[in-house]
Design a binder for this molecule. Sequence first.
Ligand SMILES: *Cc1c(COP(=O)(O)O)cnc(C)c1O
Length: 374
Amino acid sequence: MLEPRTELEPTMKPFSEPIYVTRAFMPPFEEYQELMRGVWERGYVTNNGPLLKQFEAELAERFGLDGTIFMVNGTIALHLAIRALELKGEVITTGFSHPVTTTSIMWEGCTPVFVDVDPGTFCIDPALIEARITPRTTGIVATHVYGIPCDVDAIADIAKRHGLKVLYDGAHAFGTRLQGRSILNFGDVSTTSYHATKIFHTVEGGSMHARDPELHKRLVLLRTMGQFGEEFFIPGMNAKNSEMHAAMGVANLKYYDEIMAARKHQWQLYFKLLKDSPLQLAHVPEGIEYNHSYFPVVFRSEEELERKRKFLNDLNVFPRRYFRPACTQLPYVKQAGTCPISERLANSVMCLPMYHGLEDASIERIADMLKEGL
Ligand SMILES: *Cc1c(COP(=O)(O)O)cnc(C)c1O
């Protein structure tokens, strides 16, 4: 007689190598090395060197950007943009973003005033902005969350009526296009990040974009200690970036189309596999060119999320809870309860692994693991 089975067969085998939420794209080593040979020959390693100028020019031309100021990272980009726009007093911002969207406002001496988000796009809900405007409000700092664009027309309209400046944190949004233009051309200033975890990277790096020539000039000066030539014009910051980082940008730019096409394929595969599951997926509005930079899934509760996360971790898969906590729940902000949708999302959203080279078969297994028992 057969023994009754006491243990279930393991239906899912763990991955042999850990699968993290992201992994930096690396260009062919020889191509980076070749760029380094030039740096070695010139002995010119930073301070607006030739590779940095080349990278800025290639970005501006290829993506039709209103000026590109390549710099040290996407955090300092926000700080300098707030300075250049001379924001003071109260600044309207989103309840759901990376903490630095909030902390840049605080460091620059302004008070963040939080507005909740649209539950489908995760971006600031323009319908809730006006109720939070006071005579002390000077600007709006909003994030294109997961690369999905904010409702830029509605925000521009509100800003115009109330005389407010608009700054977009486009750290996730490189490559997203709207109305035939790069998303980085919207607002008074837009910033982005080229950190190694973002869809297009320079190891560390960021950029600022402004259409207004005076504003552009001020941003350039702020990046470079207020210095131009041998003169010092305004109190600035050292937010320059190096030839080594610019070289990574130049090298990676050659693979940009390939990186974006692969990411779109992965995103669409996850979407196909998960669209009929109980998980809530992002709402990407019609008519935009989306960069497919993240694949967030929203669970019905934090308990369900944590149970699933542990299950995935045991199978060697490591998704990440971006963004948690909500900006209102940060320990130094203490405004929990003021943005219920942002806070619910922060407690229930998780981003799935997605990076260049992640195989379809792995995505299929991750989707199966995720749906198991939901
Ligand atoms: C990553 C990120 C930043 C910061 O960019 P760094 O280049 O890492 O300084 C800012 N805002 C958002 C929304 C981000 O995700």
